[in-house]
Design a protein around this ligand. Structure first.
Ligand code: B12
Ligand code: SF4
Length: 530
């Protein structure tokens, strides 16, 4: 049987990396079946085109996985496929939270032949076998002999064949630029950001989050070896191609068990498996100096920190008071000391927010090393404690907001500010954080660092701006580059003067293995990794 795994886009927000679930399910598919991957973010297709694609390729089963944001498109595509006689199974967080909606048991139309609830590592082979026999059931859930929900241990995690998977659709280097990259032998003809998970589960239970409900509060880890092997495969692939590969550890809190994380990072270093990586880690765990050293030495470049708010009352209101805004400056300095920087994520519209929250947040950030801030507004996702509370309080204005998706548009009434007020604050925060002046300030603060870090910030800032202000087409990009010409000119002048990997005072840095591998300078930092 030929299986199509499809990840819908929503036409508004784009993902910068492929979704792990597709590669994971592909790796878990028995070898007699063939799997095709289509990500709507990288291969946008209309519903009709996708149906034609499925029919042309004689697809026997389509698997659709979607976050809440993409579900409306997911349902539309599923409807079109089913109307053409193609069977559809849906999985992922949204249908797990609302299976009745997908199966048309809530009074609405039916969208899927079957749904996979929760983690599908164990149920997927069963779904495929049932579909091949023409005996697809409606609901698949992983349960033990007594009917209790069972979570995969991750101890027997499949090996994802990263060395042979066709990643062409996920290359981040625009097609028009690739010939130039080839001609000048830059080794940047391809650039892939690859998702790797090292564990699942989060015990914190923040009010707005679906993770504790979905993955559970007990944490499960893969073995260090299986993660290191995956990185070695990717590293070998990057070396074979004229391109780069970076890794996004998609764990919700990569350092939730610091001892385990340190042991993993030590193993990555010992195996020489370093690739540049990004991970999500909460600020409270980044006080640990040795952890930060290991992060840097193992290739860590950016740490995503869910700060949410700088107001302790807001944090308490969403059960996230393990975040301590008072320690952020020190934590960020500790990271920057090793040239590791933070992507800081904020949510506006929390119950204690008032007009001016954007400026108040940006004012506090001025003392920090340069960060990549992202701003959103609080969104009640189905099955979260937040959704239940707002429903009880009669504050949901669009209770099924996902069926009428609008980016950056609220679905409930905030307490001390209007919906329009929150949206204006989010806009102001993005505008001010990614203005050419803000980018120039960020790069100036890095002037004693090697140009590699300034290039990394410059590029990241140009792309991150696009999360809120989508930059579509060559003209939009040329305009953006023109607006930031001063920062671009200064960065490239620095490259010409000192090279990419040297500080203005001449210290050499091996970017991929962390800032402290100074060639020709005392190697004081290496001890933490042994
Ligand atoms: C990485 C990640 C991202 C990446 C992008 C996604 C990507 N390319 O991987 C980034 C950082 C860009 C991102 C952004 C956002 N994200 Co996000 N993200 C994640 C994260 C941390 C990991 C996803 C992952 O790979 N998990 C591991 C895989 C193996 O798990 P999985 O995807 O759930 O798949 C398993 C099952 O669900 C199932 N399955 C999944 N699909 C399918 C399909 C079929 C057919 C079957 C049978 C089974 C199946 O099988 C898999 C194996 O068991 C999750 C949290 C989490 N731990 O999952 C949040 C999460 C998915 N994100 C979330 C949110 C809210 C967002 C944002 C809206 C945040 C924001 N406010 O901006 C944005 C939206 C992005 C957009 N494009 O619009 C929510 C989604 C909640 C929901 N109900 O939709 C999650 C769950 C986190 C949370 N706090 O609740 N995200
Ligand atoms: S927001 Fe982060 S820390 Fe809080 S429950 Fe979700 S994954 Fe855990």
């Amino acid at each position: 049987m030929r299986i199509l795994l499809y990840n819908p886009d929503n036409g508004v927000t784009r993902n910068f990396m492929p979704h792990l679930w597709m590669f994971l399910l592909q790796a878990l598919t028995p070898s007699e079946h063939e799997v095709i991957l289509v990500d709507g973010n990288t291969q946008p297709m209309s519903d009709t085109d996708l149906v034609q694609f499925a029919l042309d390729n004689k697809v026997g089963l389509v698997g659709i996985g979607a976050m809440t944001r993409m579900i409306a498109k997911g349902y539309r595509v599923a409807d079109a496929l089913r109307a053409a006689g193609v069977r559809v199974v849906m999985g992922g967080p949204h249908v797990t939270e609302l299976p009745d909606e997908a199966l048309g048991r809530d009074g609405g139309p039916r969208h899927a032949d079957a749904v996979a609830l929760g983690e599908a590592d164990e149920t997927w082979p069963q779904i495929v076998a049932d579909a091949a026999r023409g005996e697809l059931k409606e609901i698949y859930a992983s349960v033990d002999a007594s009917g209790e929900s069972r979570k995969p241990t991750l101890q027997d995690y499949p090996s994802i064949p990263w060395d042979s998977i066709n990643l062409e659709q996920f290359n981040r280097i625009p097609k028009v630029v690739r010939p130039l990259m080839r001609k000048f032998r830059t080794m940047w003809e391809t650039f892939h950001i690859i998702p790797i998970e090292s564990g699942r589960g989060c015990p914190y239970g923040c009010e707005f989050c679906t993770v504790t409900g979905f993955f559970g509060d007990s944490i499960r880890f893969r073995t260090n070896k299986s993660i290191v092997d995956e990185m070695l495969l990717l590293k070998a692939r990057a070396a074979r191609s004229d391109g780069k590969i970076a890794v996004f550890f998609v764990d919700d809190n990569f350092a939730i068990n610091i001892k385990r994380t340190k042991s993993l990072l030590r193993d990555i270093i010992a195996a020489d498996a370093q690739l540049s990586w990004v991970a999500q880690i909460s600020a409270n765990l980044l006080r640990d100096q040795e952890l930060v050293d290991l992060i840097a030495d193992s290739g860590g470049k950016w740490i995503f920190i869910g700060m949410e708010s700088l107001d302790p009352a807001n944090l308490a209101s969403v059960n996230k008071n393990f975040n301590k805004p008072g320690e952020y400056a020190a934590v960020l300095q500790n990271l920057a000391r090793r040239n590791v920087y933070a992507i800081t994520s904020f949510i506006f519209g929390l119950d204690n927010d008032e007009i001016g929250v954007a400026d108040r947040t940006l004012d506090q950030m001025r003392d920090w090393p340069p960060v990549l801030p992202v701003f959103g507004q609080i969104t009640p996702f189905p099955s979260t404690p937040l959704y239940a509370r707002l429903e009880r309080e009669g504050r949901l204005t669009r209770p099924k907001h996902w069926l009428e998706f609008e980016a950056f548009s609220m679905a409930h009434t905030p307490s001390k500010i209007s919906i329009a007020g929150v949206q204006a604050e989010v806009r102001a925060a993005w505008t001010k954080s990614y203005s050419p002046e803000a980018t120039q300030r960020a790069l100036t603060s890095l002037k004693s660092e090697p140009a590699a870090y300034r290039i990394s910030h410059l590029l990241a800032r140009l792309f991150f701006r696009g999360i809120y202000f989508p930059q579509k087409g060559t003209w939009a990009w040329l305009k953006l580059l023109g607006q930031n010409r001063k920062a671009i000119f200064e960065t490239f002048s620095d490259v010409i003067a000192h090279g990419v990997g040297k500080t203005p005072t001449g210290q050499a840095v091996e970017f991929e293995k962390g800032a402290r591998s100074f060639a020709g300078v005392g190697d004081a930092g290496q001890d933490s990794s042994s």
